[in-house]
Design a protein. Structure first.
Length: 268
């Protein structure tokens, strides 16, 4: 879903660097592939350096090509974080897209730095003890030109942000929530619904940061006030990964979400 929407937004003249993960195994055989873009498949930690080289090579040939790094949360929050941070610090000209399904889904559903507290994975069978790594805020701290979050449940918001990112030069970071039926344990037909509820319960903020200013997307404005939010249990109850979550753990997750929105308000 996220890949189709990316194609809608960016159109032609795009080259992709696909970091090791789920998306590495669904492309088909070259020279054509299901993405309909030139693709370089690379190891977990090397996506941004490869993309930086590609962007510079296209520029040297006077070709206006948008280079996109397509990486999962494991390749972003954990294994590839250092090279991504370096590329951001140098303000390399690329769109870095973190496709966040909140675990290492291609290798068995192990927890990542982006897995939320209390979620059960193959390596946290009793629930993860730590909160999700706040990657968008970390990238904002790099002073890059553009940072945004999106959800496949709200495709037009995602498409609009990609279109905006394409027109900006330098390092642009987008993180899109892509619920995984296998790892999250829900009916695949409800993928878009789960992605919407994540936003409606304020678990997943839709935000943008550009030119030193943070704004909240329309779909998330209700989250600025606690009494207008959809109950968090509407999100946790439809996923098997939160099965058996205790009241104490649910309160811990809610506290994390509240603190997230306190941080957003303080930055606006």
């Amino acid at each position: 879903m996220a890949m189709r929407q990316l194609g809608m937004a960016l159109g032609k003249d795009v080259a992709m660097v696909v970091v090791a993960g789920c998306s590495s195994v669904i492309q088909g055989m070259g020279p054509k592939d299901s993405y309909n873009y030139p693709v370089v498949n690379t190891a977990f930690a090397s996506g941004p350096p490869v993309a930086a080289g590609m962007a510079r090579a296209y520029k040297a040939r006077n070709r206006d090509v948008t280079v996109v790094v397509w990486a999962g949360d494991g390749g972003t929050a954990d294994i590839g974080f250092g090279s991504m941070s370096g590329a951001a610090e140098r303000n390399e000209d690329m769109i870095y897209l973190c496709v966040d399904n909140e675990a290492y889904m291609n290798s068995g559903g192990q927890r990542s730095g982006s897995t939320p507290v209390s979620a059960r994975t193959s390596t946290t069978p009793e629930g993860k003890r730590e909160n999700k790594k706040a990657l968008p805020f970390i990238m904002i701290a790099h002073n890059v030109p553009y940072v945004a979050t999106a959800s496949v449940g709200y495709p037009m918001d995602y498409v609009d942000k990609l279109k905006k990112a394409k027109e900006i030069k330098g390092f642009r970071y987008l993180q899109v929530l892509t619920p995984d039926p296998y790892g999250w344990l829900f009916d695949p037909s409800k993928t878009a619904e789960v992605a919407k509820i994540a936003v409606q319960t304020c678990y997943w903020p839709l935000i943008e940061f550009q030119e030193g200013k943070l704004t909240v997307s329309n779909e998330s404005l209700h989250c600025l006030k606690g009494n207008t939010r959809r109950p968090l249990t509407d999100f946790t109850s439809i996923q098997g990964r939160f099965k058996g979550i205790t009241e104490e753990n649910l309160k811990s997750l809610q506290t994390y979400i509240d603190s997230l929105w306190d941080r957003i308000r303080s930055m606006m």
